[in-house]
Design a protein around this ligand. Sequence first.
Ligand code: ADP
Ligand code: MG
Length: 700
Amino acid sequence: MKAGHSAIELPVSTLSGVGPKLTEKFAQLGIETLQDLLFHLPARYQDRTRVTPIGGLLPGRDAVICGYSKGSNIVFGRRRSLLCRLQDDTGTVTLRFFHFSKPQQLQFQAGAKLLCYGETRRGSSGLELYHPEITVLPEDAELNLDDRLTPIYPATEGLSQRRLRMFVAETLGRLEKTETLAELLPQALTQKMGMLPLKDSLLYLHNPPRNASLRELDEGQHPAQQRLAFEELLAHHLTLIRNRNRLRAHRATVFNPPASKIKAFNKQLGFTLTEPQARCVQELSTDLAQPRPMLRLLQGDVGSGKTVVSALAALQVIANGWQVALMAPTEILAEQHLESFSNWFEPLGYQVALLTGKTRVKARREILEQLQSGQTSILIGTHALFQQSVEYHQLGLIIIDEQHRFGVHQRLELRDKGSSVERGVIHYPHQLIMTATPIPRTLAMSAYADLDFSVIDGLPPGRKPVTTVVLSDKRRSEVVDRIKNICNQGRQVYWVCTLIEESENLQCQAAEDTLTQLQAALPELRIGLIHGRLKGGEKSEVMDAFKGHKLDLLVATTVIEVGVDVPNASLMVIENPERLGLAQLHQLRGRVGRGDAESFCLLLYHAPLSEHGKERLKVMRETSDGFVIAEKDLELRGPGEVLGTRQTGELQFRIADLLRDQGLLPEVKKAAIELMQNQPERTDALISRWLGEAEQYGNV
Ligand code: ADP
Ligand code: MG
């Protein structure tokens, strides 16, 4: 809902020199209006305002230097390169070029005066600048340095830094003369926190003076940045709260707990719920008995027993004659859920069915008929549950397992699918989302402010912790011996192959190669292979064989990451664990330690490991607490990776950084409440300023 009447809301095409082509380029950067352009903030800055003495150069920093060439020469090392020695009163440094032309070489003749800009590195001849920008100066030229820091914007091909700077300058010019950007934060807050005015913050960040602290800017700690980060976090928080409120205003069907059925269910279960499981069941049960849709996230570490908790929620719905859809991210997992749910529900007289991409046409038709007639109580599946042709008789609850793989949009789509009209009012199904990756508190507060939480904080009794060992892949043969031992004791083993590229094909290739090697080294073992290129049917055949102990060793790609449950497997080898995120490693490791045998996870890294890599694997060795690991993961990799939202583009901030700015969150929350209560008209303006189009997704 753009206001459209203020000059700042004009499209970028009103800038001089911007035609349809550039408008398109701007759109690629998410910039449509002048306001969008003003909020397109520099990713970093260069300091070209001063000359650094060569003797004072520091590796890893950009600098302007000025000196005289001592001549150049071509060297033939690992790569042919052109070297030029540059000298000033304080020292000498080498300029290195891997690509160069004859005329370029000529400009380095001894005695030439050069002005260079680039990053200093440690090279084979001491400090070096690789491919610096070069200006040849006449002997008596005056140095013409910038008087402001140079902003570097997120750019796109066909829209260069230079032009972006020009357009921003023009917009800023207009802003200074005619326009004031509306202050949308409560005044009491800006005063209390001593915040800079919005306009000053923007002017400063697009055009910092030469005495600005580059370090402060790089770290995002400048008050102008913090001012904007606060506003951005607030805008995000407001969308979530608004979505939540809208959702609460909807209707849902009330399901009361079916006491006798619950008793029957528990009786045949074979174990007693843990205290945290029972608490979560209670929380879900209360929600389902409300006339508004539940939207709850069930968190719990790997193996904490989320499935049975969700089954009890399902029971409350089906016992009232309604249906449940359970969506899993992979076919393997969907099949496994089918098995558990059939075991639990068929004795009670409920029909459970499976629908995946590989369900045959004929079977599919029958499943859909029984679903539509209400004969089937629980439908389990993958994305296939979304399809147009799938119609429910009356869908009361949607359960989504391992949520991080599904985007918000898919969630909403599924919900709309299940909506029904009762006495003229739209009713939405309840939603339960289960995630195996514990969500760090920081993220929970910001990314999931629209959900309620239940946490299973404790594992079922009798679980033995998995001993994790970090080993260099030079010791592969010892590992092979160990596999032999374990299999001889009647246990089973996973061998997981990883790859740095997210290329499914390469990963499968690697797994096939490993299979061949292991077959040669362990001829007496029954070895299977599972990867993403196998057809659905082949996959489940392999999984069934492994479950039924017809295989000793399973070579796999990360397709087995989620949910697979084979208690007799007591060793997992993960090749190149340094390539995976901690949360993913934790997930993988959770596949062992499910039975009564002592279990091991061998992280077989490829030397040399970076410091960062060492630190990560150390975390894996030292803790098996998913929440601790999630916090570490967030610290090391950032929120996009941890939530798996990097691809979907959710939770991308222009300037805020959840980790860096988490200290702002408590004030952000307070400000949100204050605005909603006292100046609700500002909330829409804030959301549209910061989230623009993306906000449309929020129509819950
Ligand atoms: P996750 O939370 O990782 O999805 P699951 O629901 O797959 O975990 O449960 C892991 C295993 O623990 C399953 O075999 C399940 O039957 C078992 N389990 C769940 N709850 C209990 C309990 N209270 N006591 C004993 N075993 C349990
Ligand atoms: Mg699970």
